[in-house]
Write a protein that binds this ligand. Structure first.
Ligand SMILES: Cc1cc2nc3c(=O)[nH]c(=O)nc-3n(C[C@H](O)[C@H](O)[C@H](O)COP(=O)(O)OP(=O)(O)OC[C@H]3O[C@@H](n4cnc5c(N)ncnc54)[C@H](O)[C@@H]3O)c2cc1C
Length: 377
């Protein structure tokens, strides 16, 4: 047993990563999750561990480190993972120009990307439509996990391997003076880490309000491929994804492409739609998504948004006959100034850690280690 104690609030990926990082620093950790199982953004996502979307430098390096930790944890905890990489396809001349510019830039940064002409797309994807394609950019860095499985299995592994105790169905209703209050009982800890995701209202609401925070709602769908046991290959994205990720902004023709999408596809831009597909161990395809911002996300999903997503998907992926299974939405915390995370201390010994850039699966393990190292020497 170590001499130091910590409490973590929230069992989403950020809370799990924080608990792991604290245990590695020698802390005994009690983690409180208000629900009987985690049901937030961390089980609702694509499961894409996605370094290709991160700009060179700190964030890309953090994404690679997080991917490495995922690989290790997946093996150790029996979590399914698939290192399929990603494929962005271009179907217009301006998308193709941007892809080739990004390819050159990424190569100069040391990323192992590959440019494929239309005829070669089948080498990486069983579903990319070749007939109208100009080509694609393949990156080997991306790893897919099944978030519903991973977020369920990680706590069991972490509590077996490290001094981490999980307390399920236990909302933390107050934190002050180095104590957390759970079910009217007080618990003292040397360090308290709050990883409450998109809940800024329960703990330290005034302190959260000092930051430019909002929430982002995403609509998602799940399909089964027409052919039983079909594997699609690389996680696939269409041209709209080129204007979604910060890592692509450095392409000289990026602004021009963005303006064209704004003119030709205003509904897609208004609803923040870009379209990606990942596949899990059962063969199920996760397809999304949209991005709608505001502090009170609309609880109701819009059929027209799902329809727009599908219509765009069918322009680059041969999935018209896939079978619809379910739809859902998810919400994550977002900093309107574009910051990738929020880390601050509302009072001595208490820290807020939040992945605010919509890439918590990609960055959290590295993020938690980096932020803890900045306060614990
Ligand atoms: C639809 C969708 C798709 C996405 N796709 C990807 C992707 O493919 N790749 C990627 O990298 N990122 C993706 N993201 C982003 C990623 O899912 C999030 O960044 C990440 O899950 C945030 O994790 P979190 O732990 O902060 O939040 P959450 O998973 O929401 O967890 C917060 C937890 O804190 C608990 N909690 C809150 N307050 C309290 C309290 N007072 N007491 C006790 N418990 C409390 C909640 O119950 C919850 O379980 C996606 C997000 C969404 C919504």
């Amino acid at each position: 047993m170590s001499d130091h104690s910590a409490v973590v609030v929230g069992a989403g990926i950020v809370g799990l990563a924080a608990a792991r990082a604290l245990a590695l620093k020698g802390y005994t950790v009690d983690l409180f999750e208000r629900n009987p199982v985690a049901t937030g953004a961390s089980i609702r996502n694509f499961g894409m561990v996605w370094p290709v979307g991160q700009p060179a430098g700190e964030l890309y390096n953090r994404a690679l480190r997080t991917r490495h930790i995922w690989e290790h944890l997946a093996k150790a905890a029996g979590i399914w993972s698939d290192p399929v990489g990603s494929l962005h396809v271009a179907h217009t001349e301006d998308e193709w120009t941007v892809l080739r510019e990004i390819h050159d830039q990424f190569l100069s940064e040391g990323r192992a990307v590959e440019i494929l002409d239309a005829a070669a797309l089948h080498r990486k994807s069983a579903i990319a439509i070749q007939k109208t394609a100009r080509g694609g950019l393949y990156s080997p860095d991306e790893l897919i996990v099944d978030p519903r499985q991973a977020i369920r299995l990680l706590p069991a592994y972490l509590s077996e391997k490290y001094p981490i105790r999980f307390h399920w169905g236990k909302p933390v209703t107050q934190v002050s003076g180095g104590q957390v209050i759970v079910e009217k009982k007080k618990m003292q800890a040397d360090l308290i880490m709050i990883c409450s995701g998109s809940d800024f209202e329960t703990l330290y609401p005034l302190e959260f309000a000092a930051y430019p925070l909002t929430k982002c709602k995403l609509q998602m769908m799940r399909f089964m491929p027409e052919e039983k046991n079909q594997r699609i290959g690389a996680a696939l994205c269409g041209g709209l994804s080129l204007i979604h990720y910060n890592s692509f902004k450095q392409a000289p023709s990026w602004e021009k492409l963005k303006r064209r999408f704004e003119m030709e596809m205003p509904d897609y831009i208004r609803k923040g739609i870009h379209v990606m597909v990942s596949q899990n161990e059962t063969g199920a395809l996760t397809i999304g998504d949209s991005h709608e911002y505001g502090l009170s996300p609309d609880p109701f999903d819009r059929q027209e948004i799902n329809q727009w997503i599908l219509e765009y998907l069918w322009t680059f992926a041969d999935l018209k006959n896939a079978r619809f299974i379910e739809s859902w939405n998810g919400v994550y915390a977002k900093l309107t100034n574009g910051g990738a995370d929020l880390f601050f201390s509302p009072e001595p010994g208490v820290y807020i850690l939040n992945a605010t850039g919509g890439a918590g699966m990609t960055l959290s393990f590295g993020l938690a280690e980096d932020r803890l190292s900045s306060i614990l020497f």
